[in-house]
Write a protein of this length. Structure first.
Length: 177
């Protein structure tokens, strides 16, 4: 048996989960499952405020693609290529080309990181007016003064009792006006 490497396959957009389930179902019916290690739909957890409630949803950050760790040979290639919903492998001239360990590590890391700290769905800009939806300053309006995306926080200028005050908030605690 050869070495398992990560490959990217193209799917019909919106059918990533269906293609993954189809491939897993076909693998279960053959002895080719030994050639396929993992199948991943790259997703990230995204937080947003809807109706005053924080909601976390999964968003595909490579829509239309699956990552498959597999031992590439004629049989495994054919099994993947002929799975409904999968349109082909990514690589020069349509030939499957493995992606680097660094690339797959970055993709899997992004999926893992957002499970503990969801990415905000809404992007804010400095100078933008917002309304605070959660926390001690709920229903106050303010202006975005600083953005710290690596921490998922922003500093917002708010007028409290006639005095301008900087308040540090998380993205999900505010909404656009």
């Amino acid at each position: 048996m050869g070495e398992m490497k990560w490959y990217v396959v193209h799917t019909q957009t919106g059918s990533e989960e269906k293609a993954k389930a189809g491939l897993e179902g076909r693998m279960a019916k053959t002895d080719l499952k030994k050639y396929i290690g993992e199948i991943v739909v790259p997703t990230e957890q995204v937080s947003e405020i809807r109706g005053g409630k924080k909601r976390i949803t999964a968003r595909k950050f490579f829509p239309g693609y699956l990552m498959i760790r597999m031992d590439m040979n004629k049989e495994s290639w054919y099994l993947v290529k002929t799975t409904p919903g999968i349109t082909g492998f990514i690589g020069p001239g349509g030939k499957p080309a493995p992606i680097s360990a660094e690339e797959i590590k970055a993709i899997l890391q992004r999926t893992e990181d957002t499970e503990t700290k969801p990415t905000p769905k809404i992007a804010f800009e400095v100078g933008e007016s917002i309304r605070i939806a959660q926390g001690p300053f709920t229903n106050f309006n303010g202006t975005v003064m600083e953005i710290h995306p690596e921490r998922g926080k922003l500093k917002v200028g708010v007028s409290i009792f006639g005095r301008f005050t900087l308040v540090e908030l998380e993205y999900w605690q505010m909404e656009k006006i």
